[in-house]
Design a protein around this ligand. Structure first.
Ligand SMILES: C[S@@+](CC[C@H](N)C(=O)[O-])C[C@H]1O[C@@H](n2cnc3c(N)ncnc32)[C@H](O)[C@@H]1O
Ligand SMILES: Nc1nc2[nH]cc(C(=O)O)c2c(=O)[nH]1
Ligand code: SF4
Ligand SMILES: [Mg+2]
Length: 215
């Protein structure tokens, strides 16, 4: 058996964490969920194998199409804007170990929020975890105790049952949101409104940035 030397271990973790595939980064308004309406710097990492049929950012899926950018450069670009809320999204950001990215952002004064499907183990140090589970890939068990927000996308009627299954698995302080799938909004919105009036523990989340025509 070959035991890796301490040097090769530290090199491996450097390779894993010092650069990340960056699809785009932009300063905008958080459009969805609990923090909707706040100025935020979005960091969108490339790479996702969850395969949601209705994903609104399929260009993110192939990580190899996006450049490897150093965490130092990502954070220094973020610092050029006045807001100090960073939202890490993707792609599926938890495909990567995010300890180094979140520590660097926190040291620079950022609040760290993440948008995740929960399909990979939770790494990183988060102020807010928005967990949006998917039927296309099971959740990793580490997410249930840690999620601050459960945001279920409603694409058809069966998603209400899916949402309740997940609500019964997350921690008791987790905030519950139903968000219409964008292309099905006109059919699903009336159902969501009636559902929430009957089940007031849920709240509605709309993709308000799409109505405002901002990134
Ligand atoms: C593009 S995903 C990236 C983060 C992560 N992969 C995830 O799915 O949570 C960001 C958010 O957009 C939601 N989303 C993606 N496509 C959508 C669509 N067509 N309509 C409504 N919400 C959508 C996801 O559920 C997630 O909450
Ligand atoms: N404005 C804005 N708000 C968002 N909230 C979650 C987003 C995402 O794609 O993760 C998103 C996004 O792409 N734009
Ligand atoms: S998990 Fe997120 S990025 Fe991946 S396909 Fe689904 S919505 Fe798109
Ligand atoms: Mg989006």
């Amino acid at each position: 058996m070959i035991t890796p030397s301490p040097l090769s271990i530290s090199l491996q973790s450097d390779i894993q964490e010092s650069k990340l595939p960056l699809m785009e980064a932009f300063y905008t308004i958080q459009g969805e969920g609990f923090h909707q309406g706040r100025a935020a710097y979005f960091i969108r990492l490339g790479g996702c194998d969850v395969g949601c049929i209705w994903c609104d950012v399929k260009e993110s899926w192939d990580a190899s199409l996006h450049p490897q950018i150093s965490i130092e450069a990502i954070v220094s670009q973020a610092l050029t804007f006045p807001g100090r809320l960073a939202v890490i999204t993707g792609g599926e950001p938890l495909m990567y170990n995010l300890d180094h990215l979140t520590e660097s952002l926190r040291k620079a004064g950022f609040q760290t929020n993440i948008e995740t499907s929960g399909a990979y183990p939770v790494s990183g140090h988060w102020d807010w975890i928005c967990f949006s589970p998917k039927k296309f890939k099971p959740s990793h068990p580490s997410i249930f105790a840690k999620a601050h927000e459960l945001k279920v996308i409603v694409y058809n009627k069966s998603d209400f049952k899916f949402a309740e299954d997940y609500a019964s698995k997350v921690n008791s302080s987790c905030q519950l949101f139903l968000q219409p799938e964008w292309s099905k909004s006109s059919q699903m919105l009336p159902l969501i409104i009636e559902y929430i009036k009957t089940n007031p523990q849920w709240r509605i989340s709309l993709q308000t940035h799409k109505y405002m025509d901002i990134p």
